[in-house]
Design a protein around this ligand. Sequence first.
Ligand code: FAD
Ligand code: UDP
Length: 360
Amino acid sequence: METVVVGAGFAGSVVAERLASAGRQVLVIDRRPHVGGNAYDETDAAGVLVHRYGPHIFHTQSDEVFDYLSRFTDWRPYHHRVLASVKGRLYPIPINLDTVNRLYGLELDEAGVAAHYERVREHRDPIRTAEDVVLNAVGRDLYETFFRSYTRKQWGRDPSELASRVTSRIPVRTSRDDRYFADRHQAMPLHGFTAMFERMLHHRNIRLELGVEWEEVRARPWRGPVVYSGPLDAYFGCPLGRLPYRSLRFEHEHLPGVERFQPVGVVNYPSENDFTRITEFKHLTGQVHPGTSIVREYSQAEGDPYYPVHDPESDRLAAAYGELAARERDTMFIGRLGRFTYLNMDQVVAAALQAAGRLL
Ligand code: FAD
Ligand code: UDP
């Protein structure tokens, strides 16, 4: 009996690899013509390695996840840095000592900036929304400068309408640490994500069908376990209404002869421009090339689902779909879309390893 895995992203690929290594026959399908899901990377026409679906930076606190993925790739250590452009000047994000000093022309030290946060913060108890998180930590001015319009652009909603977990991902620092992530392991697959996925899925017990819809496979005369990493609501045909997933439009560009476009991998544009951020891939990959490739991200409501939108209403609807999912004896729902949860790659891998354990 063959297990069908829907989706060749992190969730599906990890489950497939684990099952195959334990001797199960696995069919992996994906509607896209490639593996890797949203982490897919490829060389563009100019020869620069780019992430087709926006910047993916691997980071984790989990030795288990890092060791597992290390079976399929070597790594290039990379500490991601992000700057926010405000009125033509660049400031470190997450907000740190230098962000505050630069913005207000101050020369505070760590204790001074901690006292500053304490003075300007607006106490919120309980912390319910994405707005509460930021106001409670750094007060209104920093919130309005760096978070409010960025979030409205990214999610099409005001932070006061979104769940706290949307912004609680981002720390606030009193130090000068300007790394985006603080995790123990921060690295990029040495030859890219796609190469890592290809090694993961290259197994005699795995069959791969790309460019194939689940609905098409579902209609085939076959019965067996299904591991599904597509959108949760779509599996059922959306009988309770559609879950809100935020989509993105990516505008890729190669700049010939420009060796370096911006000082760090990502520059955020909280209020300027229609796009949220620009990524320059060479920072992420360390590639040496006489030109450079960048991508601008425009957030939109319609299109491929990328981000589950967490608000009280959608979380209720997702719970109702979760009940339907729990009744599906032969199908396991995994991944960012299948669990309708804003998960990073490492969290998806950790959950997929557990899911595979349960299946075995
Ligand atoms: P996906 O990668 O979405 O894979 C699901 C796959 O299922 C897709 O390939 C899809 O085509 C396929 N599929 C869906 N429905 C069907 C169907 N009906 N039939 C056939 N196939 C189907 N995480 C980080 O840790 N660090 C980052 O820096 C980071 N940056 C991100 C930037 C962006 C712009 C986005 C959108 C996400 C980012 N993430 C990041 C999150 C990361 O993309 C996810 O955690 C991870 O890709 C989720 O893997 P997945 O397998 O659950 O989903
Ligand atoms: N955010 C913001 N301004 C920033 C960076 C982040 O308002 O400069 C908010 C925004 O709502 C974003 C959320 O914090 O969606 C989480 O940011 P993160 O960088 O983790 O988003 P992702 O990596 O998922 O795009």
